[in-house]
Design a protein around this ligand. Structure first.
Ligand SMILES: C=CC1=C(C)c2cc3[nH]c(cc4nc(cc5[nH]c(cc1n2)c(C)c5CCC(=O)O)C(CCC(=O)O)=C4C)c(C)c3C=C
Ligand SMILES: [Fe+2]
Length: 395
């Protein structure tokens, strides 16, 4: 056995992958990691339903999850014995597939769905008003089996094996108290969340995340990402609200669309990601500029115009989505798209008005379909080993 205190990083086996970084991010802090953390390459997102009706069992699970997360994010096994250090008579307290792998930038971020605040756990009066259900948007084709959930967990890492290992162990620890409602794998982050990162591309081939809120934008984080005292219940101070949307892309149709049409749909150039009114990626779009035909250069039904903060009283999002490919469907089409995730201070003032505008007018709608939806209140960070996820909610 590896011994009770061994860390995976100390086990002398070469890491079975060649990712850019194996380093850990700190688990403890004022805010949860995985929000402003520079977006890692891989995602495993899961939504759980709570199947116990006992409040104490739920609070106990959150403590166990917090302890396991504090270990796994540092590259250690989920439990103190580890995958091979425990008694032969018992199932190991870690499943083992990450043995020998470094932390790989793993972050685990928890969120609570509005259904958790029903009558079951006595939390009804603690539900934040900002955790309101989203309105139905025109064109939505949401499937309930892959929407909602009482609790969500976002695992991000540079190595998919590490992200999957973390979710699998949390589900194992939750056996009998929670059941997995759905989970989603993602790759190729579709947003940069730091100025140190290059902007990645989505599956339509466009740079995605150029105008995103970045961790260096401290005043925007304060104004548009973190819930502040007075916004709602105190247990959410320093937290953030997550909106998830699984958005399928009809890539085969897109691939038969001309380059000019593709650029007009976004209002940006495909190569550099520059606005159609500019030259370089980070030039500000000039929404007032008109062409020789008198029409706006960035069209009225383009994605960038409709999503622009100037149309929404300055409202912005911290986008942190991932590409997904779930194989191909029965017609041979790629079952692919964007698992959109955005963090914000209040979805009623940010995601909802932006998506209302996009759903009504965006030319991109001809190529995409929203198929799942979720809204979660992500509490503030865990401050030290005596604290746990949601402690202030349950006390
Ligand atoms: C309601 C929020 C949004 C949804 C849903 C959404 C879907 C979606 N977006 C892309 C691709 C791009 N989006 C871009 C910019 C952008 N998108 C949103 C919001 C939603 N997008 C915002 C707020 C912005 C920034 C607007 C701005 O301030 O200029 C871009 C341009 C590059 C960038 O800034 O990131 C692309 C490309 C897809 C493919 C998609 C659904 C599948
Ligand atoms: Fe967008």
């Amino acid at each position: 056995g590896a011994g009770a205190l061994a860390t995976r990083a100390l086990i002398e086996e070469p890491a079975a992958h060649a990712e850019s970084t194996g380093d850990p991010y700190p688990f403890y802090g004022r805010n949860q990691a995985g929000i402003t953390t520079p977006a890692q390459d891989r995602l495993h997102f899961v939504a759980f339903d709570v199947i116990t009706s006992k409040r104490e069992e739920l609070a106990d699970l959150l403590q166990k999850w917090t302890a396991a997360a504090a270990r796994m994010t540092q590259g250690r096994d989920a439990g103190p014995f580890g995958s091979v250090g425990g008694p032969l008579e018992a199932p190991p307290d870690d499943t083992g597939e990450a043995l020998g792998l470094p932390a790989s930038g793993l972050t685990l971020t928890i969120g609570f769905g509005s259904s958790l605040f029903d009558k079951r756990f006595g939390l009804a009066d603690r539900r934040p008003a900002a955790l309101a259900d989203l309105p139905a948007f025109p064109g939505d084709e949401l499937s309930p089996d892959i929407s909602g959930g009482d609790i969500c967990m976002q695992a991000c890492a540079h190595d998919p094996q590490v992200a999957v290992h973390a979710i699998r162990n949390l589900a194992r620890i939750g056996f009998g108290r929670v059941s997995v409602r759905y989970s989603q794998l993602g790759f190729g982050r579709t947003s940069s969340t730091s100025r140190a990162q290059t902007t990645p591309r989505n599956l339509l081939g466009f740079k995605d995340g150029t105008a995103n809120i970045k961790l260096e934008d401290t005043s925007m984080l304060r104004d548009y990402v973190w819930a502040a005292p007075g916004d709602g219940p105190a247990w959410m101070d320093g937290g953030s609200y997550l909106v998830t949307r699984k958005i399928r892309m009809h890539v085969e149709t897109w691939d038969r669309t001309s380059l000019g049409e593709q650029e007009t749909i976004f209002g940006r150039d495909k190569g550099k990601g520059a606005p159609l009114t500019g030259h370089a990626e980070f030039d500000e779009p000039d929404l007032a500029k008109t062409g020789p035909d008198g029409q706006p250069v960035i069209p009225a039904d383009s994605h960038v115009r409709l999503a622009h903060p100037s149309l929404h009283g300055g409202a912005r999002l911290l986008r942190r989505g991932y590409n997904y490919v779930d194989g191909s469907d029965g017609l041979g089409r790629l079952d692919a798209g964007l698992f959109f995730m955005a963090y914000q201070r209040d979805p009623r003032k940010q995601f909802v008005p932006i998506q209302t505008e996009l759903a009504a007018k965006d030319k991109l709608n001809e190529y995409i379909q929203h198929i799942s939806s979720g809204v979660f209140a992500c509490p503030p960070g865990v401050t030290d080993a005596g604290d746990y996820w949601g402690r202030a909610l349950f006390s």
